[in-house]
Design a protein around this ligand. Structure first.
Ligand code: AHR
Length: 313
């Protein structure tokens, strides 16, 4: 039997046989851009034919893209859902077409978990909790007014990182969240909202710490803090989530204090799960959890910055 015939007979799909459609949210943050870049790299490594649709932050564009991938008959669909609700009908269409859907980095709310094969995400509640616990430890018994920059309204990481942080500071009545508003995960909105917080809180003098649901908003806020004549990282503690290179630069400059890492490589485990499912028909675990690691100024942020920059995404 020739090799080609043997492979056809075994019916095992090599990764190179796979065509995957990826409905990406957009490019709101450095982390998101890194995730897109890593997805391309991981697809290329495996010879997967990858089609990416950029939804420019709109759920309706994601739904259209998913319908387009169904019409093309792709082997699998990856979705990074911009918000948590409103996915059931389009995912039912994918299910009817027997196309497995994998959620990347964000989860959805549905009464029917059979609508997706697996979700590759971190524990976003845990991330918020780690940030809160770090702050509790750092502040000690001192009173501390916290301002919070939330991610995109209705998105799973914004909902969960808020919840987790509140759990992390629970029982420590000296720590209080005095203001909380969305900065939509973007640098520009993070700066704008922080300017408002500073204005409302005695030129920023009544704020002890900033908790941002991602590093990009923290970086924008750091700029606002500096423009208000205060020292971020010293006058105001700064803790956020993602661990993108720019926050390590800010940590090395003493302008940010801590970040919780979110790997941008959600696609590698997702491609492997899809291929294993195609080969064996056996469903992967419903949740493929990625790691979350806390970095502080004690972790040689300049070295981490250079290492992360060296990865090229
Ligand atoms: O879903 C992951 C979050 O989305 C990242 O923390 C944030 O930077 C992004 O835009």
């Amino acid at each position: 039997m020739s090799t080609v015939a043997a492979v056809a007979f075994a019916g095992a799909a090599s990764a190179a046989d796979l065509t995957v459609g990826f409905s990406q949210i957009g490019s709101e943050s450095g982390w998101r851009a890194a995730e897109t870049a890593v997805t391309k790299i991981e697809a290329e490594k495996r010879g997967v034919d990858l089609k990416i649709a950029d939804a420019q932050q709109k759920q309706e564009n994601q739904i259209k893209a998913i319908r387009g991938f169904i019409a093309q008959g792709v082997d699998g669909i990856f979705v990074a859902p911009v918000v948590a609700t409103g996915w059931d009908s389009v995912l039912e269409e994918a299910k009817d077409a027997e196309i497995p859907v994998i959620l990347l980095d964000r989860t959805i709310e549905t009464a029917n978990p059979d609508l997706y094969l697996t979700a590759v995400t971190s524990d976003t509640v845990h991330e918020g909790k780690v940030a809160g616990e770090w702050l509790v430890k750092t502040v000690g018994d001192k009173p501390c007014n916290i301002v919070e920059l939330q991610g995109t309204v209705g998105s799973s990481p914004a909902i969960n990182r808020k919840k987790g942080f509140e759990e992390g500071i629970a029982g420590h009545d000296n720590l209080k969240i005095i203001r909380s508003q969305t900065g939509d995960f973007t640098r520009s909105k993070g700066k704008e909202v922080m300017e408002g917080f500073i204005k409302a809180e005695n030129g920023g003098k009544d704020i002890c710490a900033l908790y941002a649901h991602n590093d990009d908003m923290a970086v924008g806020a750091i700029q606002a803090i500096k423009e208000a004549g205060l020292k971020p990282g010293t006058d105001l503690l700064v803790v956020s989530i993602d661990a993108v290179p720019d926050i390590f630069k800010a940590m090395a400059d003493g302008e940010a204090n801590a970040t919780v890492e979110l790997t941008p490589n959600m696609a590698g485990p997702a491609f492997d799960a899809l291929k294993a499912f195609k080969d064996s028909g056996k469903a992967p675990p419903k949740w493929i959890q990625t790691e979350s690691k806390l970095y502080t100024q004690a972790d040689d942020p300049m070295k981490v910055y250079e290492e992360k920059k060296g990865l090229g995404y």
